[in-house]
Ligand binder design. Structure first.
Ligand SMILES: NC(=O)c1ccc[n+]([C@@H]2O[C@H](COP(=O)([O-])OP(=O)(O)OC[C@H]3O[C@@H](n4cnc5c(N)ncnc54)[C@H](O)[C@@H]3O)[C@@H](O)[C@H]2O)c1
Length: 267
């Protein structure tokens, strides 16, 4: 029960498809560890599915709808969390989208959308949550980036890679500004993870889902992709007091993929 008595606000706590993505896994694991969770998603039904799973395990969770690119939405949810639970100990910024394409193929609209969803969302969440954490004199913020922020992802993901690099820089700056206020900010860089998020955009690129899974498994030094629970366990460490002296860090959860000199070519 490492989060007993804590309140966690998780943006992107639903999941694309019916499985368990990173956001849903973090919300569920935090609740299992004693946290009261606010599960926020643009897709309310998906946030409610997360809430139902947590309630079925005896945990505490409320579901809220918000678009993370809309400041008023984010503020409303933050205020609802404070009204309901009185504090915010953990903020998770998990929402992220990917659009295939390099500078030539990608439209300006898609470029702006990816940056709004992946980066501005974190700016807005921090803008509205930091004053509460400052009043409390504590807090842990966890931003979900990607190995693609520091490495070529194997597919032309220029807006995704660039936006995730911005997440790393954003996190570092907020971490340093707030370190003396006992508010920690850390970033998780997942590698190749087998979550519902990758299926739709990447299956077409690789041919079909089975081919994609086989290819991505083969790229990993362990022979297998990670999954959402691997990200959730890393997030639990950063959320709880075990990591009280850890801030401004980029935690790779990639099964050693970033150490590999040569990535096997895709077909
Ligand atoms: N799966 C991987 O291989 C992998 C690898 C590296 C990083 N990541 C990162 O993990 C994060 C997502 O993981 P996941 O498995 O939870 O993905 P997911 O897509 O299943 O869940 C994210 C949730 O965000 C919601 N969402 C999308 N746009 C939104 C918006 N504008 N406002 C509010 N909610 C919105 C979706 O409805 C969805 O429920 C992303 O930041 C992604 O970049 C994933």
């Amino acid at each position: 029960m490492r989060l007993q008595g804590k309140v966690a606000l998780v943006f992107g706590a639903g999941s694309i498809g019916s499985g368990v993505g990173n956001g849903r896994a973090m919300a569920m694991l935090f609740a299992r560890e004693g946290a009261s969770v606010i599960a926020v998603d643009r897709d309310l039904a998906s946030a409610q599915e997360t809430r139902n799973r947590i309630a079925a395990e005896g945990g505490v969770c409320e579901a809220e709808r918000a678009d993370v690119t809309v400041s008023a939405d984010v503020l409303r949810v933050v205020e609802a969390c404070i009204h309901r639970f009185g504090r915010i100990d953990v903020l998770v910024n998990n929402v992220g989208i990917a659009e295939l394409g390099g500078p030539v193929e990608l439209s300006e609209e898609k470029w702006d959308l990816v940056f709004d969803v992946n980066v501005k969302s974190m700016f807005l969440a921090c803008k509205h949550v930091l004053p509460q954490m400052e009043r409390q004199g504590s807090g842990s913020i966890i931003n979900i980036s990607s190995l693609a922020s520091v490495r070529w992802a194997g597919v032309p993901y220029v807006s995704y890679g660039a936006s995730k690099s911005a997440v790393n820089g954003f996190s570092r700056y907020v971490a340093m500004q707030y370190a003396s206020k006992k508010i920690r900010v850390n970033t998780i860089l997942p590698g190749l993870m087998n979550t519902p998020m990758i299926v739709e955009p990447l299956a077409k690129f690789y041919g079909d889902v089975d081919a994609m899974v086989a290819q991505r498994d083969a790229m990993c030094p362990t022979g297998k992709m990670g999954d959402a629970w691997d990200v959730a366990h890393a997030a639990l460490y950063l959320a709880c007091d075990d990591s009280r002296y850890v801030t401004g860090m980029e935690l790779l959860v990639d099964g050693g993929l970033s150490q590999q000199v040569v990535t096997p070519a895709r077909p």
